[in-house]
Design a binder for this molecule. Structure first.
Ligand SMILES: [Zn+2]
Length: 494
C-alpha cells in the first residue's frame, strides 16, 4: 500500500474536476450547511440555497472569510472560532439531511444498535486533536481535527511521501520542533502511513543540536525534514564536526519560504560534506487546511510548484482588492476551500498569501500528476508589513523580496532584520537594522554601501544600520534552536 502511486492523480484533469464538483456539492449539502453554525447563518443571510452550489464556479456566490472572522481575540467576543466547527445534533440531522440518508440512519440503528450509530457520529464529528500557529502577531490560531480529519492527515502524509519520491527502504530524520504545529505532526503521520522509517527528534528544543547530529549520524537518512534555518544551522554544525553526509539525498523544507539562493547555500554546504547530489524541496501549508502541499523532485532553480489535492480542497486566486476570481496562471491572493473536512471547516478562506504565476492546471512536466499546482513564487501574508518611512504615512513593504535579496547574496551567511521606532517614540518613523554574519572578512564599509544601494534600487527601503556579528550571535538572535519559525524579522515596535 505504501508505495502504490495514487492513480487518481494521473487521471485527466477534467475527470478530477468532475470529482471535485461532486465532492463540493456533497460536502455543502450534507455536512457544512446542516452542521456549521457560521455557514448556515451566512448562507441564509445571503439567500444562498446549499443545493445550488454544484460547481467551483458557484462558489463565487459565497462571501470570503479571513483570519479575523474566526480568530478569538483576547477581550473580543468569545467562541468565534467555535462557530466554524461542524456540530451535528439529532434535531439538525432530522431537519437538514435528505430522506434517503435518514432511512440509512434508521436502518443502521435497527441492525447495529443505537450505540453503534452514536459511536460512528462521534468518530466523525468529535474534535480530538489540535494544531495551531504561533502567529507572528502573537495571537495563536488553532484548527480542530476529528477522527475523520486524522484519517485525512494520514492520507496527506502518504501522498507527500509519494510525491517527494520516498521509497520504503529510505530513511528519514524529521527535525521540526516538537509542538502542536502541523508540520511536525504531518511528518509523523507521513512516516506511519507511508510505511517508511522517520525518526522525529523534536528539533533543537528537545535534544539540542548535538543530539540531532548524533541521530543523523546513527540513522544515516536519505531524507532530512525541517525548518529552513534550523536545517541550515544543523548542516553548518555538521560541517564543523567534519561529518560525512554522503548518505543524504533529499531535504524537505517546511513552515517557511525557500528562496533559490538559500537552496544553493544548502547545496554548497552539502557538497563540502560528500553529498553533492542533494535535492531540496519546499512545501506550502497552513493551519486552516490541516495539510501541506509539496514540490516534486527537480533540479535546484526549477520548481514544479506545489501539488494540491483536488478531491479534498479547492483553490482560487483572486484580485486582493476587488475579490474578482483570476484565470489560470494569473497573479493574485490564494483562497482556500475545504471540501472534505469535519472539525474546523472553512469556505473561501482568504489566506492573504500572494502567488505570482497563480495556479497551473496542466499536467506536471516533472512527475506527470494532473492535479492543480500552485506556483512556488509565494509571498506569505506575514511577510507584508507597514513601515513608516516618514511621519505622514506608512508604506507597505514586502519583506519577502528583502529576504530573497539577502538570501541570494553570496557573501551573506545569516541575518536578522530588526524594526524599531526611532528613539522608542511611537509617533516617530520606523528604523531598520540589519544584523549580519558574512562568510569571510570583507570590506564592511563597501559591503554596506553596495547592499543598501542594491536594496534601494529594488525596494523602497534601505537599512538605517548594518551591524556585523558572528554566525553564533545571529543564530542566537533568530532563536534557531527554540523557535518554531526562526525569528528572521524581529518587529519590536509597540
Ligand atoms: Zn510534479
Amino acid at each position: 500500500m505504501a508505495q502504490k502511486k495514487d492513480g487518481l492523480f494521473f487521471k485527466p484533469w477534467k475527470e478530477l474536476q468532475e470529482l471535485q464538483n461532486r465532492q463540493l456539492h456533497y460536502f455543502i449539502t450534507r455536512k457544512l450547511y446542516p452542521f456549521s453554525p457560521y455557514y448556515r447563518r451566512l448562507f441564509d443571510r445571503n439567500n444562498i440555497r446549499p443545493d445550488e452550489i454544484r460547481t467551483v464556479q458557484d462558489l463565487r456566490r459565497i462571501p470570503f472569510v479571513s483570519k479575523a472572522d474566526f480568530q478569538d481575540v483576547p477581550g473580543g467576543p468569545a467562541g468565534k472560532s467555535r462557530e466554524f466547527i461542524l456540530q451535528p445534533s439529532e434535531e439538525l440531522i432530522r431537519k437538514y439531511l435528505p430522506k434517503t440518508e435518514l432511512v440509512k440512519f434508521a436502518l443502521t440503528r435497527l441492525l447495529k444498535g443505537k450505540d453503534f450509530v452514536k459511536e460512528r457520529l462521534e468518530r466523525e464529528y468529535r474534535p480530538i486533536f489540535l494544531t495551531g500557529t504561533a502567529g507572528t502577531t502573537g495571537q495563536s490560531l488553532a484548527s480542530l481535527y476529528t477522527n475523520h480529519d486524522l484519517d485525512n492527515l494520514k492520507i496527506y502524509g502518504r501522498r507527500m511521501i509519494d510525491i517527494i519520491g520516498m521509497k520504503s527502504e529510505d530513511l528519514g530524520v524529521n527535525v521540526f520542533p516538537y509542538a502542536p504545529h502541523l508540520a511536525f505532526w504531518l511528518a509523523i503521520f507521513a512516516g506511519i502511513e507511508g510505511g517508511v522509517f522517520i525518526l522525529s527528534t523534536g528539533g533543537g528544543k528537545t535534544i539540542g543540536t548535538e543530539g540531532n547530529l548524533k541521530a543523523i549520524a546513527k540513522v544515516k537518512p536519505q531524507f532530512l525534514i525541517g525548518v529552513p534555518n534550523y536545517v541550515y544551522h544543523l548542516l553548518k554544525e555538521a560541517k564543523k564536526e567534519g561529518m560525512d553526509l554522503g548518505f543524504l539525498r533529499n531535504i524537505i523544507l517546511g513552515a517557511s519560504r525557500v528562496p533559490e539562493g538559500f537552496k544553493r547555500k544548502l547545496a554548497n554546504l552539502l557538497a563540502e560534506m560528500n553529498a553533492p547530489e542533494v535535492k531540496i524541496f519546499g512545501t506550502y501549508g497552513f493551519t486552516e487546511a490541516r495539510t501541506a502541499w509539496p514540490e516534486c523532485p527537480t533540479a535546484i532553480g526549477v520548481s514544479s510548484g506545489y501539488h494540491t489535492y483536488p478531491d479534498k480542497e479547492i483553490f482560487e486566486v483572486i484580485d486582493p482588492d476587488t475579490g474578482e476570481v483570476k484565470g489560470e496562471g494569473e497573479d493574485g491572493e490564494l483562497v482556500y476551500t475545504n471540501i472534505d473536512s469535519r472539525g474546523s471547516s472553512v469556505l473561501r478562506y482568504r489566506t492573504g498569501d500572494i502567488v505570482k504565476g497563480g495556479i497551473s492546471y496542466a499536467p506536471c512536466p516533472h512527475c506527470g500528476r494532473t492535479v492543480p499546482r500552485i506556483s512556488s513564487n509565494l509571498v506569505r501574508s506575514s511577510n507584508i508589513r507597514t513601515i513608516a518611512l516618514s511621519k505622514i504615512k506608512g508604506t507597505l513593504v514586502n519583506f519577502n523580496s528583502l529576504e530573497h535579496i539577502l538570501d541570494d547574496h553570496k557573501e551573506i551567511d545569516e541575518w536578522q532584520i530588526e524594526i524599531v521606532k526611532k528613539d522608542n517614540d511611537p509617533y516617530e518613523v520606523d528604523e531598520l537594522t540589519l544584523y549580519v554574519s558574512l562568510f569571510k572578512e570583507t570590506d564592511r564599509e563597501k559591503f554596506s554601501r553596495q547592499l543598501n544601494s542594491d536594496l534601494l534600487s529594488l525596494t523602497e527601503i534601505s537599512f538605517n544600520r548594518i551591524v556585523f556579528e558572528t554566525h553564533q550571535e545571529i543564530q542566537k538572535r533568530i532563536e534557531v534552536e527554540s523557535a518554531v519559525k526562526a525569528k528572521k524579522i524581529a518587529d519590536k515596535r509597540p
